[in-house]
Design a protein around this ligand. Structure first.
Ligand SMILES: CC(C)(COP(=O)(O)OP(=O)(O)OC[C@H]1O[C@@H](n2cnc3c(N)ncnc32)[C@H](O)[C@@H]1OP(=O)(O)O)[C@@H](O)C(=O)NCCC(=O)NCCS
Length: 141
């Protein structure tokens, strides 16, 4: 993974992000991705989306969301061909670095209970499920 470079995603990367997420993301139990929403995120916070590139292809992503109060990680995804080589951990650590710089004291990740590979990654990176909380949701529109 020495040839992989990591940078902030821009509006020009939106199609490539959506393509990676469609085949490598945790895609169950969440709203469908829409290009206009990803454009809005990149415009709202140009440093929120990190992507990793190898030979001009997007091979990993993570979103580090900071709202001035809490820090949340989303959309950690690594191309299946690049897994098991430390790239997922590297993306998490880079996103954490930025969130810490912004003031975060704790970082949260959304993980589906039956996502064994996701759970393995987050545990390896020092995260643990919080048993006394569950997520309550309501459609906003
Ligand atoms: C989960 C995912 C991001 C891991 O990416 P990766 O690049 O293979 O992970 P890494 O090689 O950096 O592994 C980092 C650590 O996670 C652990 N890990 C990774 N995949 C694992 C798996 N399938 N089972 C158990 N542990 C795993 C590794 O043991 C490693 O530990 P170490 O650093 O102490 O050796 C990747 O499998 C993926 O994109 N999955 C589909 C999307 C997804 O589920 N994302 C998470 C959303 S919650």
């Amino acid at each position: 993974m020495d040839d992989v470079s990591v940078r902030n995603a821009t509006a020009a990367d939106v199609d490539d992000l959506l393509e990676l997420w469609s085949r490598a993301g945790e895609n169950a139990s969440r709203p469908d991705d829409r290009p206009d929403l990803v454009h809005a995120l990149v415009e709202h916070d140009p440093e929120a989306v990190l992507l990793a590139e190898l030979d001009g292809r997007v091979v990993a992503t993570i979103i580090g969301g900071w709202d001035g109060w809490r820090a949340n990680l989303y959309r950690l995804a690594v191309d299946p061909a690049c897994r098991g080589q430390g790239l997922g951990r590297r993306m998490v650590e880079l996103a954490e670095e930025r969130l810490r710089r912004l003031g975060a004291e704790r970082v949260c990740a959304m993980v589906l209970d039956d996502n064994e590979e996701g759970r393995g990654l987050w545990r390896a990176c020092g995260y643990a499920p919080q048993d006394d909380w569950s997520r309550w949701v309501k459609q906003a529109r």
